[in-house]
Each structure stands twice: as structure tokens, then as C-alpha cells.
Design a protein around this ligand. Sequence first.
Ligand SMILES: [Zn+2]
Length: 398
Amino acid sequence: MTAGPSTIDAAASARARVDVQRCAALAAAMVQCDTRNPPGDESSIIGLLSDVLRGLGARVETFEPSPGRTSLLASVEHGADRPNLLVNGHLDVVPVVDKDWSVPPFGGVIRDDVLYGRGSCDMKGGIASAIEGLRACADAGVRPSCDITFHLVADEETGGRWGTEALLRAGRISADAAIVPEPSELGVCVAERGALLAEIVVSGRAAHGSDPARGRSAIGDAARLVRAVQEADLGDPAHALLGTPTCNVGVISGGTAPNIVASSCTLRVDRRVLPGQSREYAVETLRAALDGAGTDIDYRLDVLAFVEGSELDSAHPFVGFMRAATNPGRPVRGLYLGTDARFLRNQLGIPTVVYGPGSMTVAHTADEYVPLAELGDAARSFATAYATYPVTGVHLTP
Ligand SMILES: [Zn+2]
């Protein structure tokens, strides 16, 4: 389907009604709700978002598989037999180290057209833009061409067990297509790397530090393993959008005192994977890299977590739809990290893109921020998507 004049008009009038200040105010109010995970409690933000979405005519309910781990499900229906567009965004944010911040992390400070605060970029700003797109449609009197469902979920930052994954297990997710408004610098992201997080415990033999040859240093062996995995060719092919996966040793701890040969040393490793690569493959190839350091090293490998990669074919019509609704001049992109999009793509086969304001390079950092101009651009793209889905080819510059 391509766009007719009435569809283009509808999108144009909805876009014109996007109110950047209103969008920023909602994002700031969301930042002021402390939803740090860990410890993990999203309940403080539910009232604010329920009120806003009810005001837009949405049917709203909560989903709380564990006390305080609340997700908000809201749907706006516009008639029978319409396609359903899902917006999935997470409400939790990562912790803060207060002393590193120059603004209060939960203050919702707006200065020089930038919103600062934990979650401003990842990803309360994106959720606010998605809601502002719907407000703009309502203000313009534009009836969206699709049903719109919001899953504003708990627990993305520690893996999704109480959020999207719980909704998935409960059979609560269905949609014709989905947008995850994580920060993507306003690019349409269609693929993401997964990750194997593993702990490697190296065993040695203690001895007096004055005569190390009598023992076996677990730290010395661990150092060989570190070099081996960081320099290893893990045998992965290069992916057009995701490059070749990397392996990083992020934690090392071991030994007891300078005058004792260390009997134990622990490494924590992040080995990224491409879409389609399994947990078993990730473990096997990591082991092969470790064994490359020498078969005499006594180590144990424990998997801490595995998150699979995911991908939507760039040629899928929904990718074309989203590029047209956002900025067709921008190439599709990949993300080196994982989002809840993987559940939708891999387990449910829902065509899903990540698209939102802000940059992943400032997500999880001190003084995290999102430019208000990007909130506005994203809200206009959401308004276009709601007014036109699944009719492709509607792009209107602001
Ligand atoms: Zn995020």
C-alpha cells in the first residue's frame, strides 16, 4: 500500500501538533520517579503514565508478576480489523553513583534545551516521545490508522524476567509490528548483538611468596587466559550491521596477600554474539579461546547469563515503513547491545525495530541526557507512524 493524499494530510496535521515542551515535561516527570533496577521497583511511575494514557482514551491495566515489578499495558483501539502496532518501552533505569553527577540524577533538570537525568535517554525520553505522538494525533483530530498498544515494562535492565519475558510467558503479547523506543540517535535499528556473561575461576596452589616455584599462581594463569580471550579470533563471521563480536574481561579478582602465591583468581567475561548464535556455540568458542592459552591451566567456566542476538531482515516491509516515517535518508543500523526487541523478534516473530531519541553512548553514564529537539523529532515520527501504519511512503520533514 502506498500513501494517498488523505493519509499524507493526516500525518502532516498530527506532526504539526507535536508539542516539544509538553513531551519534555512528561519525560522530566518520568525521570523524577525513581525506578532504579537494582533493586527494582517500577510502581512509582505507574500512576503518572496511567493518567496520561487514560486521558488519551486508552484502556489501561497493570501487570505485576512480583510485588513492585509493575508493567503498564495500555491499548487504544480505533475500529475492527485494524492492524495492531505495539510500542514496548522499559520503565526501569540503571543505578547511579551520585558523586559523578553534576545535576540531581532524579531531578528532571531541563537546561539549554536538554533534559538531564537517569533514564532521560534510556529510555523515558523515548517513551514520552511515543506518547506525545499519540497526543498530537488526538489534538489534530487524526484517528490513527491502527490500534496502538503500549507495553511499558519492568525489569529490562537486568534481563526482562519480570517485564517483557513475563508478559511473553503469560501469553500477553501480540502485534502486527512493534517499535522499541530505546535510544538509537533517531536511526532505525534492525539487529542487535547478544551476549554471554561468564565467570572463569582459575585454581592454583598456594605457597610462600618468597619461593613461588613451590606453588602455582592462579593469577599468573589468569593473566594468560585474559590475553588469550582478548586477542582470540573467536571464529565469528563479520555481520554487515553488527561487525565481528568482541570479548572483554571486565572483572579480575584473586589472591589473598602479596607474600602468598595465589591459589584462586576469578575473571568475569562478556563475549558478544551475533543473531542466530546459540548459548552452546558461545560457550564452546569461548572455551576454545581459553584453551588456546595452554591446556595446563586449571579453570572452571560458569555461565552467568546468556542473551541471544536478534534481527529483522532489512528488506521487511515494516523496516521500509519505519524508515519512511522517520527519515528515509538514514541507513538502517545495528546495536552492539541487546534490548527487549529480542523477545518480540525471536520468540514471537513480530517485526520489530528499535527507534528513539538520544544516544546509547550516553545511556548508563553520569549526566545522562537527551536533547529536546530529538524528543520532538521522535514524537513527529511516532505521530506519522500512528496516522499511517501500515501505509508506507509517508515522510514529511518538520
Ligand atoms: Zn534501555
